[in-house]
Each structure stands twice: as C-alpha cells, then as structure tokens.
Write a protein that binds this ligand. Sequence first.
Ligand code: SF4
Length: 251
Amino acid sequence: MAGASPPATCLAIPTCCGRRTGYIAGDIKSGAGEEGGSDEGEGRSKKHYAVQLALYTDILERLGRSVGRRGFVWDIHGEEVPYDFMAIYTKNARRLWDDYQECLDHARAIAGRATETVPTSSAGTCKNCVWYTACIKRLEAANDLTLIPELGRSKRDAMIGRIGSVRELAEVAPADFIVGGKTVFAGIGTATLEKLHARAKLLTAENGKPYLRAPVSLPAADVELFFDIEVDPMRDVLLSARARGAPERGE
Ligand code: SF4
C-alpha cells in the first residue's frame, strides 16, 4: 500500500564468521541509512529498511547461506550502515527481527486472504509501484476518496463512516459536518474540509477546470533563466547543468 520505499538493490556479500562462510544481505538506498541521528548522537535503524534486509537474510538462512541475522545499508552518503536484527532496541526487549516477523505474518495473512487490504492513492509513491494499474482500477471503481489530492489514508479513515466516495463528498454541504467551529472528522479542520469538498466537486463536474482563488500577477522580467540540472546522487556527480535565457528574447 502507499508508503513504498525508494528503489533498492539487494547485495549479498560473502563473509566469514568464525569458521562459517556465507553471506550477509545489503541494500543500496537513496536515503540516509539511519533516522533521528545528529553529530553528537547515534541514529536509529530505519524499520522499513530493516524489514527488507531481514527478508533477504531470511532467504539466505533458508538456503543455508547466511552467517547471521545482520545486514547493512549502503546509503546516500556512501556510508555502510550496519543493521543488527537481533539487538534489543526497546525497553520491552523488541528486536528488528520481531518487526520483520510481524510484517511477514501480515503479508501471509494478505496472501491467504485472511486480511483484506484497501489501496490508498498516493501521488508520491503509486506511480512508481508495480501494483499501480491494479490499484488505480480498484480505486476508480470504488470512486475512492483518496483520489482527491492531499486526502490520504488517515483522512479517508476519519470520513469513511459518513462520506464514502468522491461523488458523495461533492454532493454534501460541508456546513453539515461542522459543529462549534470544528468538523466532526478527527484531524480535519474546517478549511481543509472546504478545500477537499471543492476538489471533489471539480473531479465530478463534467467540465471541471482549474480556477484562480486569488488574483495572480506574473510580471514580465528583463531576464528569465531556465535551469536544467542532472546529478547522480549515488556518486555525488553533477552530470549536466544548463541555464539559458528567455528564447523569445534571443538571449
Ligand atoms: S499502487 Fe497500490 S500497492 Fe502501490 S503504493 Fe499505491 S496503493 Fe500501495
């Protein structure tokens, strides 16, 4: 569902642990290897990175090729960040391997149809996801509320009991859901409800078009610059940077 992590590559690095020889799993990531760190303090392992690495480790284990429940992330800074799945990281003795097992159980429940999942449209992640075609078909068939920009899972969950689709939202009067200056939906303010309602109306209108909510002034400038910058963040290399003036002025 929405929230997929950035593209990753799985590496299995041969290693020697005592007299056992085998592999540990690694991932190349386009983000930092840890979260919440600072210059003075250590960061924490990212749970979604850990779950992916633990899956690769589990596969290695089942193949008899793992040398231990640990892995590493090669991150955007070129750092090799170790992940120890068996280290306790909470007061109640929680380990990253427990997080992985929990996700594995959930995935098995989905595969076994014991758990029903509902897709959530997300502009940031869905377009890069292999399930996009299947999910968008389902979302459109259901006229799902998350097809509205900036209306994600939590807002849909708050509204779904009273407003079940984009069409329904377009037809309601927002004032009917505002009591004492607040909406009846947790986490949704009055201005947000009105904005989402306007978007629902646009999406369901036959000839819905963008419109200005305030006057816009786009002053002419003597010089206009257009930038085109391409980089390889993994190698910290700037491949191309171009700037040009407004073509109609021949600059
Ligand atoms: S396309 Fe479907 S599975 Fe993929 S991120 Fe979007 S909702 Fe989730």
